[in-house]
Design a protein around this ligand. Sequence first.
Ligand code: BGC
Length: 753
Amino acid sequence: MWQLVESEFEPERNLNQETLLALGNGYIGMRGTFEEGAGSGMRSVEGTYLNGFYESDPIRYGEKFQGYPDVGQTMLNVANAKVVRLYVDGELMRWENGRFLSHARTFDMRHGLLRRELRWQSSSGKEVAVESERLVLHAHKHLALIRYTVTPLNFSGNIVLYSGIDGQAKNLSSDDDPRLGAGFDEDVLQFRDRSITAETAILHQQTKTTGFHVVCGIHNKMEGERPFTAQPLVDDEYRLGHRFAIDAAQGEAVTLVKTIAYATSRDIDEAELMAVVQGELAKGTAVGYQALKTEQADFMADFWYHADVVIKGDDQLQLGLRFNMFHLLQSVGRDGHTNIAAKGLTGQGYEGHTFWDTEIYILPFFLYTNPAISRKLLEYRYHILDKARQRARQMAHPVGALFPWRTIGGEECSAYYLAGTAQYHINADVAFAIKRYYDATQDAEFMQQFGAEILFETARLWLNVGHYNSDQFHIDAVTGPDEYTALVNNNAYTNLMAAENLRFAAHIADWLQQEYPHTYQTLAEKIALTPEETSAWAQAAAQMFVPYDEERQLLAQDDSFLQKAVWDFANTPADHYPLLLHYHPLVLYRYQVCKQADAVLAEFLLHDQFDLAQKKRDYDYYEPLTTHDSSLSACIFGIMAAEVGYPDKAYRYFIDTAIADLDNKKGNTKDGIHAANMAGAWLSIAFGFGGMRVGDGLIFNPVIPAHWESYSFRVQYQGRLIEVTVTQEASTYKLLDGDPLEVQIAGAGKWVM
Ligand code: BGC
């Protein structure tokens, strides 16, 4: 179960398939479109995206108030370098011409590539077999490859291959779906320069508003014995490439190897870009296709060694899990300056923005399977900390930092503040991720260099935004994770997570002062931190108000939630979900109706602050009110279902999570993968069925769905690699690497392995 195989092409599913079959390496992302382009009338989004590369556009408000962000950021669709066209007898091979006798694609997750095999018959009856392979190289951030092989099956004669770049890329928009966002015209990328030689073609473009530069280069090389002529071609400012006329012979394959490179002024000086791309192309061609393909397979083998989850007894879910993990790897920025968008690098949904999805959902997957990547995600937050400080000032906080609800470059881009800026919990989410990271890695160097400063600045903000009422610390006018409830006082999730932020910041301040007094001193001077502040953090944490309904013994989502009328679920037609596409937000805000896990999420994250009976009561209360209209919801309810004793529900939620994109369960996979949900599938295995929790060390409390034979997963923790295997009879914990470690197993006490 390592391959997603498309044995028959269904044009009406094309948009979804383009998302599912997308390739990426955390920097370059390419949708799974055809080299020759889509057939006419076929719905398609030709998309190539570069992590961190965006265009800005003014946000137009009907009524604009103080502090609203002025400009948005949109991940830009850049020049398409996948273009390869095949002509037989002058006829272009594409969907509406001639006849496809067979067509299959294989998305090979074990080796990290996409293969396409087809047979096509031209109108004049000439048949060719085409095999293409596409790789976006994990070990070489700037590089991708296409190997395109054509074999004439029933003729000898001339065939023509054109391999080029198409720089006329366009972004999509939608007036009806707020989740899609801004569109741009085809000329958003403007011509700056180009170079073309016998084998390479390079195009240099620049965005209109941000002024970012992007250079896309290709190197085309024909392999095989057959004679050919090559011709460099420049069509216009957008299109250039090479045309090969080949004297082909029946049964003899001819192969084009195309090396592709992208670089941008986001991380390379603009004057160097053309040379860098040239250098990358030279490097790629010198190493050669086969060696790079082997290197890619080795990279993937290492990834799977640490991350793979094996489910015996359910092939579809096995495939779903690997598919999700593979896409997460493909989407995640790994250079400390880029992050992971809600839709990865696979589509234009949410404009390529990064949200709290990273820290609460995606980061733990990487933390426990590939901690180095999780550190890079946190470094990203450090690199945008100054912008978060500025944002805090715009929001009238004289101290501290406020991370943007959604962004690419670090500035707040959310135009709808009720379900945007008001989600101050983003600050606590970042702090929580730092705490988790530190616990799992004990990376003191990270804490000194990056972590402590973020913790201190976020803690400061809570103290400024909240206030004491009687003896308790209150936080008013925020929105919690549930976006069907907005601008409330004392959202339980926010208050609990803020308390955690404050407590941990105070703890780290003490620790730093004792262990690394010089570092503490320097940092305290840099941000003018006083001892009074750190003790005020500890106090606010201790006195944090948490709304609770004594009568019903429920954790209240916020001060007013439980007093509202319950949404009329019985009279809501099934086709009115997701509710956000059918009701004005204000209508939703008036009722007890949740888009996603909120109080229940707090009880998952802060598991040792609630007893089982409390968790069960809250689960029973909030579950019927939750629509799961957000894809961030099902996995959390599944994990908590496993904990509170509903294994069947846990399993159902797991299915919804594990194959959400493969089955297009949300109906918008065309706009990109649901990255947080994908990570939720891994969380469902480790934290859900595996019952893993991190408290004073690792804790496991496994359950197994009735019809699974077994499942196993691996966890990296404090320098160890552990494998957990659960069967119907037993659970086994194996230390694969590192020093002995004590783990706690529910019902069996503490064990050293
Ligand atoms: C969810 C948010 C999430 C965003 C991006 C929204 O639908 O409600 O919690 O951050 O999608 O995935």
